[in-house]
Write a new protein. Sequence first.
Length: 840
Amino acid sequence: MRKALTFLGRYLATIPVSIGFAVLILVTSLLAGTFFGPPSEVTEDTWAAGVTTVIDMGHWWTIVTALFIPWDPFQLAAGILASLTLLGVAERLLGRRRLVLVFLVTGLLGVSLGVLLQWIGSLAGEWWADGTSYDLTIDPLTPIVGALLASSSLMGPLWRRRVRLVSIGFLLMFTLYVGDTSTVYRLIAGIAGLVIGHYVSGRARRVVWLKSSFGEVRVLIAAVVLITAVGPLVSWLDPNGSGAFGLAGSFYGDIFPTASSIDDFCSTANTDVCDDVKRLAELGGLGPIVQTFVPLALLLVSAWGLRKGRRFALWLGIVTNLAMIVLAFVFLGLILTLADGQNAAVDDTPLQAIDVGEYIVWGGSTIAVPLAVAILLFVNRRRFALKAPREALIRFAVVVAGSGAVLALAYLVVGGFALETFVPKDTTVVDLWFDLPRRFLPVTLVGVTGDVLVPSAGVASFLFQWIGPVFWAVFTVASLQLIASTEQRVNVGDHQRIRALLRRGGGGTLGWMTTWPGNVYWFNATGDAAVAYRVINDVAITMSDPVCLPGTERDVVRDFVAFCDSRSWTPVFYSVHAQFLPAFDELEWQHMSVGEETLMHPQTLEMTGKAWQNVRSSLNRGTREGMTTLWTTYDELSRSYVSQINAISEAWVSEKELPEMGFTLGALEEIKDPDVALMLALDSTGRIAAVTSWLPVYRDGRAVGYTLDFMRRADESMGGTMEFLIASAALHMKELGVEVLSLSGAPLAQAPVPKGSEPPAPTVMTELSDFLARTLEPAYGFSSLFKFKSKFNPTYSTIYMAYPDPLGLPSIGGAIGRAYLPSMSAKETVALVRTLVPRR
């Protein structure tokens, strides 16, 4: 808590202008009377900007004052929050003076150009400008948006793209689907901010058009689909908006006439139109209202899948948009029919006679937008090539078809026994059968033509309303599961290829871990480099260093990143060494320490001096008690030794309530590899007292190093047995001519600071690492393990995790957690939580 307050204090100290603006709009809201509610008429005429005040009344100053007064308490709260966050970010990037300049210029341009366009448009009879020419606006968010987008020019590529995409997307959505004056002013200010920021950043003379990656294009297309899904919802929530696409909101929600409006309508309309309205009213209810939103829900699913590059999401988006074109034709035809049958508007319904020109603009947009999106998706279909696994497709088809069949059968059976409740009274089971498809489609898509079969009460009425929404809910969930499914397949021969590359050299001291089960492999185009990885929740976590020759690190990293990008995975390089960091720096990635690898060098090993006293004591004690060692492999073990190792391992696991970790930590299965060496400690009776496994490190086909992995000792073994065994292994490797001995990594550990050196300044990531180490220590003893390895006076080599985006750390952390604990049971979860939570 104290650190959080310290961080907040430091942040606020760097944004005095933003804090001043937040205080200013608080004061102006009190003075203008908008602190408790919307402005009065006098306040609007005096301080708000618009055609009426600026042009007609000559209140030129309102162009300025409109930037400093919030409209109501909600905008005041939004303005203060935006000042302390968005404007604060802009201030830290631009500096105080440039912020004030950009803030005023973008705000003034947004309001003045907006008013000018409204005035010119109203004179020309343009329908939007004419309809909003009397609107007045006070909005402190306008200059904040302009300043934020101007400052985006000074951001890194990732954040610049992200801020611009989100900001412009929201601005366009509200402008097109709501279209009030404040949204238009903000859009103009935002565009002005982009232009001004380009010059403020000093990049005016070096415009470079960069080719977008597959991932970037997919994100942009997904954003377009997302806007077309959320936009109609925004328009539906604000039915009085003036946006060009605003009519789209009328397709959703309670479109059904009330009883009183039917009487009013039928008193003036012709008989056919009156019958259409009555049919529409009979189809009403909560279920059909919910079902009108199905197309938007499917577009949201499609947008999520498009971001992941899924082929299913592509076709879902295309089909849904084509269906929305049909929806638009049906619904607009209904509007024209009703408008033709009655010249006056029908109260309490969105069905009303509208101006022909406005109908062409609004109605045309409801057809043009989904058509354009469908074409956009089809043209870019090659960018969405990821197909779901065959098993997932079969499961999806079975679930969707099965649920549809069950719901349809239930409706037909129940309806067949309740035919007397249907209107008209002569309804038959055959009629129900032919009417069945309409129960699964929004009424706005099928219209009101033909007979309407409606049960008046009972279970049949409930099924009539809800089988459609339930089916589409199942379809939506099944679609999300299908999109989330990832095919990870090891091709025939991949294991042999990765082993051949490791024997040639490459992969580092932890490289042999790439051969373990659970990994899949990427090979570069020439086949002389590889990366082992596993995909969890669309995060591709690599295992150890890429297996490549020295000097090719940058190319291999870039090629693998491009491979992940083509599949919409987030690549994370886990447990890599320092020689790969320049490649990540070139990509402008982040990296953090995830542990320290402890290294020994057998050829220069001399266990002399005080520092080795504890290890020598264990060696001497083991010798006195008759302990011996055996350097072997699993295949060479006798049945007795295999049985003893299994018993020692099972006893070790059974003593712990906590789940055994995997991923970079090997278990009993991994020691069975014929290339993995074992070092056994045998007591005076010949029984196994402890066992260790050693992963080979090759160069040019020869083992030049070994890495400690599996460590287990019998409960009854002497104290110091593991020290005896590791020291004996080091001495044996010295005889073999081994160059490097790795005691493997100590997770979340930090190398001790050399004497006479200052410790590095703490960062957010180092503090996070320290926190995780302290939290997990009671459960897994990482710090104790590091302390144990320090007995052997090793040198240290930091192992890192490199990742593209700090905002992805929560999902990355979750994926790594699942990699280490892929099948943790409920009992093990409770035990882990009980261990981690300190007892009072």
